[in-house]
Design a protein around this ligand. Structure first.
Ligand code: ATP
Length: 291
């Protein structure tokens, strides 16, 4: 099992600190959602991991080896991003063959089957693809390379709803056929909530949250009822957000409830989703902490 570890990585552009002392570990065989608000530094982090840009300090290791300038380790990672690395004049079939040479393998059968499902003609030239099909082709390449760590930066940019659904179901299929690690940076939290096994949230240059979805969902509690009772019941708990509708209040708690405290009859406790958690945690001003 390979491990990808980000050790104390910091990055600034001029005087703008984008990443401050980030440390994370990505394990093999998991699907990570990398979440953060616009400009949080997600793309910067993915580019540093794959050695496309340099960190000001800190290192990225795969299985304890520094990946910088390390072709064998970099060959175990593939980054799909908005940036086009291919020549406009090249046919898609040629790009696939070139990728095979670079990565020492390529699942042509999978690529052809995905191309058929997405309605993509592989005999076209790369530069002729529409925005959506440009993303689709790069996704097909990402799923077909033999890399152990596949990093997808906004993978469904420009894809219509049907193609996004198709992509998510193909991602799950290929993951179950050949488990490897996916790190998916996206703003479409609701769409990936059922796919990712782990979530990393970055905010203001720091890791805000780094937990499994399973563990997160056990900590998300919505407490609804008359304002006074709700506030009384959640007093001292980690309330990360509130909503009020006339006399009915909802307090959103991230963390343990107090088992010693009886829930009043007028109060109902339920759960809430990942997107709400993201909004509340990233809205807390000056939240430099981590959960
Ligand atoms: N080459 C660069 N030169 C100067 N600033 C940069 C450069 N690349 C990124 N930045 C800045 O770094 C910050 C983080 O950018 P990044 O693209 O990593 O964020 P992101 O989380 O991927 O954002 P989004 O979700 O909006 O795509 C932004 O403020 C951006 O303007």
């Amino acid at each position: 099992m390979s491990l990808l570890s980000i050790d104390h990585v910091s990055k600034a552009f001029g005087s703008h600190n984008v990443l401050s002392d980030i440390s994370l570990t990505f394990e093999e065989g998991k699907i990570y959602g990398l979440l953060g608000r616009n400009g949080a530094g997600k793309s910067t982090l993915l580019n540093i991991i794959t050695d496309r840009i340099f960190a000001n300090s800190g290192e990225v290791h795969m299985d304890s080896e520094n990946v910088a300038d390390n072709d064998s380790k970099l060959g175990m990672m593939y980054l799909m991003s908005e940036v086009d690395l291919y020549n406009d004049g090249d046919k898609l079939t040629k790009i696939m063959k070139d990728t095979e040479l670079l990565y020492g393998g390529f699942d042509h059968e999978l690529a052809e089957s995905l191309a058929t499902k997405f309605g993509l003609d592989l005999n076209q030239k790369f530069g002729k693809l529409s925005t959506g099909y440009n993303s689709i082709f790069k996704l097909i390449v990402a799923l077909s390379v033999p890399a152990k760590f596949i990093l997808l930066d906004e993978p469904v940019l420009g894809l219509d709803a049907n193609h996004r659904e198709l992509f998510y179901s193909e991602l799950i299929q290929t993951f179950s056929d050949r488990p490897r690690t996916f790190i998916i940076s996206t703003h479409l939290i609701e769409e990936v909530a059922n796919i990712v096994s782990d979530v990393v949230m970055i905010d203001m240059g720091h890791v805000l949250l780094d937990q499994s979805v399973e563990s997160i969902l056990t900590k998300n509690h919505s407490v609804v009822g008359p304002s006074e009772e709700v506030d009384q019941y959640t007093n001292g708990l980690n309330v990360i957000g509130s909503e009020q509708m006339s006399n009915l209040k909802t307090n959103y708690v991230f963390g343990n409830l107090n088992d010693d405290r009886p829930i009043p009859d007028t109060v109902q406790v339920g759960s809430f989703d990942l997107q709400k958690l993201f909004i509340f945690l990233t809205n807390i001003q000056g939240n430099g902490g981590s959960y």
